[in-house]
Design a binder for this molecule. Structure first.
Ligand code: PLP
Length: 384
């Protein structure tokens, strides 16, 4: 039994439901952020992130900084691009527009490679773009939370290394880390950035990022200074290295309570093989996608290989809008999200299935949500 007050199951693509132990670890008594016990917890948290991202290369560098996932974009743009640099942003939905805007804020030139809604740029198109111009950075959204489109990170990274070996491969994993397989070393990635509140299952407030040794070298070779103060790796790199070496260090005060929550969640996640966790997400996702198809509904991501395992974006039947359905679902104890993609926001809803709602089947969240969707649509007159 959960010790949390009874509440509707939060099944949006982040924040997700939190485990009791994760929440309880946030009620930790106040302690010094430079005291030995906290430095130890922070250091262990950074080491556990190496395991979560599947990197054993000692030159890889984890960062955990107070902020939301968006701060990861600022870290990349402020530290890895210089004014005037060309960046290629692969577009699979809303979040690419924002990442591109972030680069422009720092003076880099972002070119977006677009795909039709529900699809992703194809490898031959990416290859063509990479041969036309010298890009310093390529970014890809692993799962675009506005469309539920999954990108193929491994093949993409191999392509970049083959045709444009100096281009850094940056993955926006805010909606994928913890629910989709990511092999940082094997896939040759340079940055994967995420946030605490999605697949990792920790309250919002932490920007979590892994950088490769190559990315850190690129940062160190900058001709201009980082274009942010709070997000500057010049400030944070020594702090992260000291924490992991269990040495007290200060640039800006971290949130000890959130770090404890992250420590607890990572300990739980890593207590089982990661492959099992990803398999559980795939299985839950298949079940949901089958139920959606059985209801006669379509997903935004039409091709099976394009479909995320931690969320599903579902077109509503013609003439039914999110404000008609979502309150119905709420009455049945589940919270879904409305549409986010600007062009079609009123036509679809989003179902997040990550973390404890998936790996703790005793909760029954997934079955409850599938039933609610079925009955909720029936109540507004839809019968497949
Ligand atoms: C949620 C999300 C973000 C932004 O994260 P915030 O924590 O809301 O700042 C960025 N990219 C993707 C893919 C996301 O899903």
């Amino acid at each position: 039994m959960s010790s949390q007050p009874e509440h509707p199951a939060l099944l949006i693509p982040g924040p997700i439901e939190f485990d009791d132990a994760v929440l309880q670890s946030m009620s930790h008594y106040s302690e010094s952020h430079v005291g030995a016990p906290f430095v130890k917890a922070f250091g262990e948290t950074l080491s556990m992130l190496r395991q979560l991202f599947q990197t054993t290369n000692p030159t890889s560098q984890p960062f955990v900084i107070s902020g939301s996932g968006t701060l990861g974009w600022d870290q990349v743009a402020a530290n890895l691009s210089e004014p005037g640099d060309e960046v290629l942003v692969l577009h699979t939905g809303y979040f690419a527009d924002s990442f591109a805007d972030c680069f422009e804020t720092y003076g880099a030139k972002a070119t977006q490679l677009r795909a039709p809604i529900g699809d992703r740029p194809q490898l031959d198109e990416v290859e063509k773009a990479l041969t036309e111009k010298e890009y310093k950075i390529l970014t890809v959204t692993h799962v675009d939370t506005s469309t539920g489109v999954l990108s193929e990170i491994q093949a993409l990274s191999e392509l970049v290394h083959r045709v444009s070996p100096n281009t850094l491969v940056v993955v926006d994993g805010v909606c994928s880390v913890g629910s989709e397989e990511i092999r940082f070393d094997d896939w040759g990635l340079d940055v994967v950035l995420t946030a605490s509140q999605k697949g990792i299952g920790v309250p919002a407030g932490l920007s979590i990022l892994m950088a490769s040794g190559r990315a850190i070298e690129r940062f160190k070779a900058r001709k201009t200074r980082p274009t942010s103060y709070f997000a500057s790796w010049k400030n944070w790199l020594p702090i992260m290295q000291n924490y992991e070496a269990k040495k007290p260090s200060y640039f800006a005060t971290p949130s000890p309570q959130l770090i404890h929550a992250l420590h607890t969640s990572l300990t739980q996640i890593l207590s089982k093989p990661l492959d099992e966790r990803f398999a559980a997400h795939r299985a839950a996702s298949q079940k949901i996608k089958k139920a959606v198809a059985d209801l006669g509904l379509k997903q935004l991501a039409m091709k099976p290989e394009n479909q995320a395992n931690g969320m599903t974006a579902i077109y509503l039947p013609d003439g039914i809008t999110p404000p008609e359905v979502l309150p119905n679902l709420l009455k049945k104890g589940v919270v879904f999200a409305g549409g986010l993609h600007k062009e079609i926001a009123t036509k679809y809803i989003r179902f997040g299935h990550m973390g404890v709602s998936v790996v703790d089947p005793n909760r029954g969240d997934i079955e409850k949500a599938i039933d609610a969707l079925k009955n909720g649509l029936g109540e507004v007159g839809y019968n497949p």
